[in-house]
Design a protein around this ligand. Structure first.
Ligand code: SF4
Length: 354
């Protein structure tokens, strides 16, 4: 690297940034051995992979991945500063008794050793003697929230559950604060109440993940199509596992009456949902066509109504390649062809005799 050249200096800085851009948090416990609050909302199989993989904070194969961790940490530091200044200035007056605990460098991890559960809340806010669990998140400004994200809701519930079980401070409410990562002046806040039933279900979920062998843990991301698989670092391994399991499926399994009834109900629910989906698509296509005709009739590219902003624009056609024809014409593409592991397809056909 020639530091006399402009390119050399720029490359030097880029390498320095890659190396020192993010200093991962140090954990006092072997985090991968515990079902943690921040992960309990993720796909069960992904959590199990993380446990089995061991203590890796950042995926070395994807150095670009540290950005999201850094964003989370810097936004948390911002909140810690805000909270300290508010406490110093007795914001709200002495009657609120505003006080913060376990913020920033004083952050603690609460551990339920017996059940191997852990939670690391971002802090506790004391208001009129009540401890309120705090969770700070940063959010992309393009995301609109009308409630907390499900994963974060589960995180604070799980955290409250663990604190109530093993810690002397027992919060019954939590506050999730989303910081707009493009404008730190903008926050969205949501309260979450303690919910015994939901917390119990989350702890059962954690125990199930602990006690089930990896190849038997449900690949929830794929099964429920949650969108997690697209960015999952275990996707390749997981696909192989799903394909291998599909090979072992038995055509002649006999179910008891009760299970069959349940499957029937779910299949019926699915069938009705598909029917609604088809009708919705017809409605959608019909409205699209009518709007386009009205805009075209007025030679308009844009319309703003009370509730919607509507634009029509030209989208360039996608490039496609008819590789089958190319092969038929004698082009050797074998070096460029790979086959994915496939996925398991569920087809539900309505029987006409019932
Ligand atoms: S690929 Fe999908 S289903 Fe598999 S572990 Fe990752 S998120 Fe879960």
């Amino acid at each position: 690297m020639d530091l006399k050249t402009n390119e050399g200096v720029a490359a030097f800085f880029t390498q320095m940034h890659d190396r020192f851009g993010y200093v991962p948090k140090k954990w006092g416990h072997k985090r991968h051995l515990f079902a943690s609050a921040s992960q309990i909302g993720l796909c069960s199989k992904k959590q199990k992979y993380m446990m089995e993989r061991g203590g890796v904070v950042i995926d070395d194969d994807r150095p670009e991945a540290w950005g999201v961790f850094a964003r989370g940490d810097t936004s948390e530091e911002w909140h810690v500063g805000v909270c300290h200044r508010a406490q110093l200035n007795q914001f709200g007056g002495p009657e609120t008794g505003l006080k913060f605990q376990f913020l920033g460098e004083d952050q603690i991890t609460v551990i339920d050793e017996a059940r191997r559960l852990s939670a690391t809340p971002d802090g506790i806010m004391w208001l009129r003697g009540e401890p309120i669990l705090l969770e700070f998140k940063s959010i992309d400004p393009r995301v609109t929230l009308d409630g907390p994200k499900d994963q974060h809701r589960r995180q604070v519930l799980f955290g409250m559950g663990i604190m109530n079980a093993v810690h002397k401070i027992k919060p019954r409410r939590a506050l999730i604060v989303y910081l707009d990562c493009s404008n730190y002046a903008v926050i969205s806040t949501f309260m979450v109440d303690y919910d015994e039933v939901e917390i119990g279900a989350l702890i059962d979920r954690a125990m199930l993940i602990h006690n089930t062998p990896l190849d038997e843990v449900t690949a929830e991301g794929a099964v429920f199509n949650t969108g997690e698989c697209a960015h999952c670092q275990f996707a390749e391994m997981c696909k192989e596992g799903v394909a291998a399991k599909a090979e072992t499926l038995d055509e002649d399994t006999r179910f008891d009456e009760e299970t069959l009834e349940l499957i029937d109900e779910l299949a019926d629910k699915r069938w009705r949902a598909m029917h609604k989906e088809n009708l919705a698509k017809i409605d959608k296509d019909d409205s699209t066509g009518k709007i386009r005709m009205m805009l075209d009739g007025a030679n308009a590219a844009y319309a703003m109504t009370e509730r919607y902003s509507i634009r029509q624009s030209h989208v360039a056609g996608r490039e496609t390649c008819d590789w089958k024809r190319a092969v038929a014409d004698g082009v050797d593409l074998s070096d460029y062809v790979t086959r994915s592991n496939g996925s398991v397809r569920l087809s539900v056909r309505r029987r006409t005799d019932v």
